[in-house]
Design a protein around this ligand. Structure first.
Ligand SMILES: Cc1cc2nc3c(=O)[nH]c(=O)nc-3n(C[C@H](O)[C@H](O)[C@H](O)COP(=O)(O)OP(=O)(O)OC[C@H]3O[C@@H](n4cnc5c(N)ncnc54)[C@H](O)[C@@H]3O)c2cc1C
Length: 375
C-alpha cells in the first residue's frame, strides 16, 4: 500500500484524470492517479483520438478545444505520441449542408477555415466521391492520435518525466480530502479531483445525481479502405452538421435538419453520423452512433453498423470496405451542458465531460481546475 502523502489525488486515469495530473505536475505538485482498471479501458481509449476544434460549440467549448489542441501538440512531442492526421474535411453532400458550412465560415470560428467547391475537394483525398458533393469546408485545426496507444504513452510520460505515481487495479471507495479510501488502503492527498467518466454511483453519488446524467453508447468500426491515402484529413459529412453544436446552432442548420429527417430519418433516429480518421497502418476508424440510457445494453445490433457504413459509402468510392474490428464505448451525457465541474469542498472537485468532447477539451478544463485549486 502507498504510504506517502500527495498534493493532489486524481481518481480516474482516462484523459480527464491524466489532464489534471499533467496540469498539476507542471506546477510542481506531487500527484497520485488512482484507477480501478489494470490499463486504460474507458471512453478515452475507445474514441477516435480526434481532437476536434471546428464544430465545437462557440464560446468556452471552442476555446477549450483550441487550447487543448495546443497542449496535445506539446505533450505529443514530449511523449513521442505520433500525430497521425491533421485537419478536418467536412463534406456537404447537399446544398442545405453547404449553406451551413458557408454560414459557419462567416463566423469568427471559421476564420482560418477554407470553403471548397466540389472540384477542389479531390485534392484532399483520392478515395472521395467528389463528383457527388456540393462543396466542403477544410479546417486546419484538428489533429488525430491513436488513443489506445496515446493514452498509455501519456500515462507513462507523466510517470517518467513528471514523477506522477499511478496506482492501478485500485478502486476508490471514498474521496474526501485529505483522504482517499481505496481497495488498497488509505491514500493522503491535500486536494482531490474525481474524474470518474460515466461512473455516477461510486463517489459522491448525491452530488452527481443532481445533474441528471445518463450514459451514451456509441458503435465504432475499423475498416480496411481499398487504397491508403496518406494525406487525407479526417472526414465528416452532412449528418455531423446537425450534431456538432458549432454548426447545429446556426440558423441555416434548420433546413438541413428537415432535409435529413426526410431523407435519412433512420440514421438520425439511431444517432448516426460520420467521422472517418486514418491510422498508421492505413486502416480507417469509422463511426458512430448515439443511444442514451442510464445503463446502455451490452448488445450492438449490426443494423446500426450498417447505417454507419451506408453513410461511409455515400462519401467514399469503391466496394464496401472490409470490417476489421467493431467495438462500443460509453460516455457521460447531460441534456443541458457539455461538461461539469462540481465543487463539494474547497479542496475537492468532480469533473465530468458530459458530451463526446473529452479528448478535445480535457487539457484546457484541467488547467482551469488546477489553477482554481492551487493558485
Ligand atoms: C466511441 C467514442 C468516441 C468518441 N469520440 C470522441 C472524439 O472524437 N473527440 C472527443 O473529443 N471525444 C470523443 N469521445 C468522448 C471522450 O472519449 C470522453 O469525453 C473522454 O474520454 C472522457 O474521459 P474520462 O477520463 O472522463 O473518462 P474515461 O476514459 O471513461 O475514464 C474514467 C476512468 O475512471 C476510472 N474510475 C471511475 N470511478 C473510479 C473509482 N471509484 N475508483 C477507481 N477508478 C475509477 C475508470 O476505471 C476509468 O478508467 C468519444 C467517446 C467514445 C466512447
Amino acid at each position: 500500500m502507498q504510504s506517502s502523502s500527495f498534493d493532489l489525488g486524481v481518481v480516474g486515469a482516462g484523459i480527464c484524470g491524466l489532464a489534471h495530473a499533467l496540469a498539476a505536475a507542471r506546477k510542481g505538485k506531487r500527484v497520485v492517479v488512482i484507477d480501478r482498471d489494470a490499463q486504460a479501458n474507458g471512453a478515452s481509449i475507445r474514441n477516435f483520438g480526434f481532437i476536434t476544434v471546428t464544430g465545437q460549440q462557440s464560446g468556452a467549448c471552442w476555446q477549450r478545444a483550441m487550447r487543448s489542441r495546443d497542449i496535445w501538440l506539446e505533450v505529443a512531442s514530449a511523449a513521442h505520441i505520433p500525430v497521425l492526421q491533421r485537419g478536418l474535411l467536412t463534406i456537404a453532400r447537399r446544398h442545405e449542408a453547404l449553406d451551413v458550412l458557408e454560414a459557419f465560415a462567416a463566423t469568427d470560428m471559421g476564420a482560418d477555415c477554407r470553403l471548397l467547391q466540389a472540384h477542389q475537394i479531390a485534392a484532399y483525398g483520392d478515395g472521395l466521391l467528389t463528383e457527388h458533393f456540393a462543396g466542403a469546408l477544410y479546417s486546419p485545426h484538428e489533429i488525430r492520435v491513436e488513443s489506445r496507444e496515446a493514452i498509455p504513452q501519456l500515462a507513462a510520460y507523466l510517470a517518467e518525466h513528471h514523477g506522477v505515481t499511478f496506482l492501478r487495479e485500485t478502486a476508490v471507495h471514498s474521496a474526501s480530502p485529505p483522504k482517499l479510501e481505496t481497495s488498497r488502503g488509505t491514500i493522503h492527498a491535500d486536494a482531490i479531483v474525481v474524474c470518474p467518466g460515466d461512473d455516477f454511483r461510486t463517489l459522491h453519488p448525491d452530488r452527481i445525481a443532481a445533474y441528471g446524467l445518463q450514459r451514451c453508447l456509441l458503435h465504432m468500426l475499423r475498416v480496411k479502405p481499398p487504397q491508403v491515402d496518406e494525406n487525407m484529413p479526417a472526414v465528416m459529412s452532412d449528418l455531423g452538421l446537425i450534431r456538432y453544436l458549432g454548426y447545429a446552432e446556426l440558423p441555416a442548420a434548420k433546413a438541413l435538419r428537415q432535409k435529413l429527417l426526410a431523407e435519412q430519418g433512420e440514421h438520425i433516429r439511431q444517432g448516426v453520423h460520420l467521422i472517418v480518421v486514418r491510422s498508421a497502418d492505413g486502416s480507417f476508424v469509422v463511426g458512430d452512433s448515439h443511444h442514451y440510457a442510464p445503463t446502455p445494453p451490452p448488445f450492438a445490433p449490426s443494423f446500426v453498423d450498417d447505417l454507419i457504413l451506408d453513410e461511409y459509402a455515400r462519401v467514399f468510392h469503391g466496394p464496401a470496405p472490409q470490417v476489421l474490428e467493431r467495438w462500443t464505448g460509453t460516455y457521460a451525457s447531460a441534456d443541458d451542458r457539455l461538461m461539469l465541474i462540481d465543487r463539494p469542498a474547497e479542496d475537492l472537485r468532480i469533473v465530468i465531460i458530459t458530451s463526446g468532447t473529452g479528448a478535445s477539451t480535457s487539457f484546457a478544463i484541467a488547467e482551469e481546475v488546477i489553477a482554481e485549486l492551487f493558485d
